[in-house]
Design a protein around this ligand. Structure first.
Ligand code: BES
Ligand code: MN
Ligand code: ZN
Length: 475
């Protein structure tokens, strides 16, 4: 991992091995190396007009520091903290500034190299040195940013691991290693226990493979475990993450061009696990539960069939009209299970529909809730953290499309219409979310994989870990 260190000394006092970053107000495309008077290399980089700097352009700018350093074989980089204290960002606070700086240095530095037999060391950035005195707030933000960046990258590592090495059992093991050395605990339920709980929807999705279906339960009681008396004030936030370790589509098999990156279909799961682990690492005084229903949506003679009817844990019967609409089925039983925690709020995170990409492109995740305040909060925190979310309606009018003639509801529209597919997914989940608990569904399919403008390595983005951490911090 990239080392980030600090010194109260000024940039020009930094040891000579550090290349000094100097920001200019030229366009961001203008950058060059110059030899400073004392013989040390300076990298002059355009940051645009300081008066035009926004939270969005700042994150991209920070990532381009790393990209530039790597592409020019700069191993040691020194940054003057004063040079990134933009006036336009002052209202965000010092903690935000340094946290955002450090997070984005770490995110931009990340590469998935687990399966490279020859590690390419030629463009390795070893260390970034932040020069100048930090305020107390900035010091706090720096510590936070180190954890947020590290754990977002851990979520990416888990998600990027191919399905042959990341079965539901492996995902459960990954959860346990995240918990090591922290107060986060992990309990894993296997098929026998899931049968006892009558989780018919989750089990149906995983019945076509030898990889055992699991429900991964992570708990962190940073505010103290609720008792009968304190049940209300200490009620946890429950985060539910889709943990499909591979999505072939099932018997309604996916076309080949749409299948190869479906090892990332557990990105919701890895992000909620990384979030609770980060909260535990930070020692947040918050109560959080993460639930990851995990299965492989495989094809075999034992796989669930289109036309099957299964009974979910809450007693509702589901007509499986399409085996590729499996995410909502595994989430259904996890949402029902969340009820036993009497949660304060529930957020589920899932790579649920390709339709979310049709609606929003790859710039933002779709967010759906009947709780307007929760949507507003998450949108604001998304803007601040960088995990952008944009709302779609969750109106009762959409329920009619999934009313089944053979069962209570069907897992896709009974007329096979593809219209409003993302809303349809959220509507299906609304039958399982506990009543009277604020609940929000986030369809992260648009942000499952990075795009070139992100300035991130190919593969998982680790979204929305930054957003979820920000949410639990303020909740
Ligand atoms: N995991 C997919 C959704 C997905 C697609 C995520 C592309 C990221 C990129 C999900 O399980 C799925 O297959 N959804 C179907 C739903 C349909 C059958 C109603 C889809 O989007 O086509
Ligand atoms: Mn699917
Ligand atoms: Zn899926």
């Amino acid at each position: 991992m990239l080392k980030i260190s600090t010194t109260p000394k000024s940039l020009t006092e930094a040891p000579k091995k550090y290349c000094r970053l100097v920001l200019t107000d030229k366009p961001t495309s203008v950058h060059r190396f110059v030899e400073a008077a004392d013989g040390v290399t300076e990298y002059r980089m355009g940051a645009g007009k300081p008066t035009s700097m926004t939270v969005r352009t700042f994150r991209t700018l920070v990532r381009s520091f790393v990209q530039a350093a790597k592409s020019h074989q700069v191993e040691f980089l020194a940054i003057d903290i004063e040079s990134v204290r933009f006036k336009t960002l002052e209202s965000e606070g010092g903690a935000w500034l340094t946290s955002t700086l450090v997070e984005n240095l770490l995110l931009a530095d990340y590469e998935f190299t687990t399966y490279k037999t020859k590690k390419d060391k030629s463009n390795k950035l070893t260390e970034v040195l932040l020069c100048g005195k930090l305020s107390a707030e900035e010091t706090t933000g720096l510590k936070r940013g180190l954890i947020v960046g590290e754990y977002t990258n851990k979520a990416r590592d888990i998600a990027n691991t191919p399905a042959c090495d990341m079965t539901p059992t492996d995902l459960a093991e990954a959860a346990k290693s995240l918990a090591k050395g922290t107060k986060m605990t992990v309990t894993v339920l296997g098929e026998k226990e899931l049968k006892k709980l009558k989780m018919g929807a989750l089990l149906a999705v995983g019945q076509g493979t030898k990889s055992e279906t699991k429900l991964i339960i992570a708990e962190y009681w940073g505010a103290g475990k609720p008792t009968a008396k304190s049940a209300k004030s200490l009620a946890p936030i429950v985060l539910v993450g889709k943990g499909i370790t591979y999505d072939t589509g099932g018997l309604n098999v996916k076309p080949s061009g749409s299948m190869h990156d479906m090892h990332l279909d557990m990105s919701g799961g890895s992000s909620v696990l990384a979030t609770i682990a980060a909260a535990a690492k930070m020692g947040l005084k918050k109560n959080i539960v993460a639930l990851v229903p995990s299965a492989e949506n495989a094809i075999s003679a034992e796989a669930m069939r289109a036309g099957d009817i299964v009974t979910a844990m809450n007693g509702k019967t589901i007509e499986v009209l399409h085996t590729d609409a499996e995410g909502r089925m595994v989430l259904a039983d996890a949402l029902t299970y969340s009820e036993r925690y009497s949660p304060r709020a529930i957020i589920d995170v899932a790579t649920l529909t390709g339709a979310a990409l049709a609606a929003l492109g790859q710039q933002a995740s779709a967010i759906m809730s009947k709780d307007d305040a929760m949507v507003a909060t998450l949108q604001k925190l998304g803007e601040k953290s960088g995990d952008l979310v944009w709302p779609l309606p969750l109106w009762d009018e959409y329920k009619q499309y999934i009313k089944s003639s053979r069962a209570d509801i069907s897992n896709i529209a009974t007329n096979f219409s593809r219209f409003g597919g993302t809303i349809e997914g959220g509507t299906f989940l609304s039958y399982f979310a506990p009543k009277n608990v604020p609940w929000t569904h986030i369809d992260i399919a648009p942000r499952m994989e990075s795009i070139s403008g992100d300035k991130l390595a190919k593969g998982s983005t680790g979204e929305p870990v930054r957003l979820l951490i920000s949410y639990v911090e303020q909740a």
